[in-house]
Design a protein around this ligand. Structure first.
Ligand code: PLP
Length: 373
């Protein structure tokens, strides 16, 4: 059975060149980057070259890139240190953030009593900018944490607009760019952001490696102790092969961005057209959405909700459910719960997320699969 992977917002397949880069490091550069002998120096050199590559494509300095195990760790570190060490008294966020952000904020609220304000989310997935501005009109030391591209709906936030508001009110700005890094141009020195986070596996790199961008002079303190790696900001022996794979993946993502983006945009357009032709009552969740994520509300009965993913999976098709109905109990997605009407939340929503490896023939198979349910 041919397998079809349309869940690229969850994770992406590795590029062959990334695997080759990693294998080369695993075989030949197994030194500990902290060792002073030639093996260690060679590993260290791979780390620093990788850091430079990442900084080059994101238009920042390599000193501003700190390697972490993934974006979840980077977000935990940034928000925790912002509260603990930079004295932030309040966090402004939204209820549609990834749990990496929301659960971290919950923990900080409990541990430090930090105040938390949630920005309203409209039914099209956009944020209430006026409310953000009103909230920022305060003397309290504030960090704003809002994501660039929502991983469930693809809804986009205007980084420059939010960042300028934050800067005008002396608030720090942490942006979860996990879904957009490697998929759109980001000039971190031009954008008014203080912190962004990334996970390599979202842009055809390996899992278990990511990074934080920390703008110069934002003096975060470590949350992990035990070594001087990453200038003491993130202790622990560096995963050199992972870092090399991540840098290669980011380089290839940006070198091929124009053609791959155009290809994926066309694929998404085709998918929307096919869905609308075959299921005229279909609704797209979110208005301004990123080019590789499509979240649709299917005109199927509630009883079919639980069966859709299972049925598609039996046919070898991997997509993700927008409204989660886990183990038979209807537990709506926290993102769609903020956007949809009560009756629509219970209906099946599907997240289809594309990469340049997908084809129109695969979309046709998905449509056939849905028609068979
Ligand atoms: N933020 C967003 C928007 C995501 O989509 C994800 C992963 O799904 C994360 C954060 C967390 O990434 P990771 O699990 O690689 O740390």
């Amino acid at each position: 059975m041919e397998k079809i992977y349309l869940d690229n917002a969850a994770t992406t397949p590795l590029r062959k060149e990334v695997i080759a880069t990693m294998l080369n490091v695993l075989e030949n550069d197994y030194g500990n980057a902290s060792s002073t002998h030639s093996f260690g120096r060679s590993a260290k050199s791979i780390l620093e070259t990788s850091r430079k590559t990442i900084a080059k494509y994101l238009h920042c300095t390599s000193q501003e890139i700190v390697f972490t195990s993934n974006a979840t760790e980077a977000t935990n570190w940034i928000l925790r240190s912002a509260v603990k060490d930079l004295g932030m008294q309040r966090i402004i966020t939204s209820r549609v953030e990834h749990h990496a952000t929301l659960y971290t904020i919950n923990a900080l609220q409990k541990e430090y009593g930090v105040a938390v304000d949630y920005i309203n989310v409209f039914s099209d997935g956009s944020l209430d900018d006026a409310q953000l501005e009103a909230l920022l009109n305060s003397d309290r030391k504030t960090i704003v944490s809002l994501m660039h591209v929502n991983n469930e709906t693809g809804c986009m936030m205007d980084i420059a607009k939010v960042g300028n508001l934050c800067a005008a009110h002396n608030a720090l700005f942490h942006c979860d760019t996990v879904q957009s890094i490697g998929k759109t141009e980001l000039n971190l020195h031009e954008l008014p952001v203080d912190f962004v986070v990334a996970s390599a596996h979202k842009f055809h790199g390996p899992k278990g490696i990511g990074f934080a961008y920390v703008k110069k002079n934002r003096l975060l303190q470590p949350i992990l102790f035990g070594g001087e790696q990453e200038k003491g900001l993130r202790a622990g022996t560096e995963a050199v092969h992972q870092v090399a794979g991540m840098a290669k993946a980011l380089e290839l993502a940006y070198e091929h961005l124009d053609e791959e983006r155009a290809y994926i945009q066309e694929l998404k357009k085709y998918c929307v057209a096919q869905l609308q032709t075959n299921f005229p009552d279909i609704k797209i969740n979110g208005s301004t959405t990123f080019y590789n994520i499509l979240n649709v509300l299917l005109p199927f009965s509630e009883e079919k909700t639980a069966m859709i993913l299972f049925n598609l999976d039996m046919k070898g098709i991997a997509v993700s459910r927008g409204s989660a109905c886990q183990s038979g109990s209807v537990k709506p997605s926290h993102v769609l719960a903020e956007m949809l009407m009560e009756e629509d939340i219970k209906k099946p929503s599907l997240r289809i997320s594309f990469s340049h490896y997908n084809t129109k023939a695969e979309i046709d198979t998905l449509i056939d699969g849905l028609k068979g349910i």
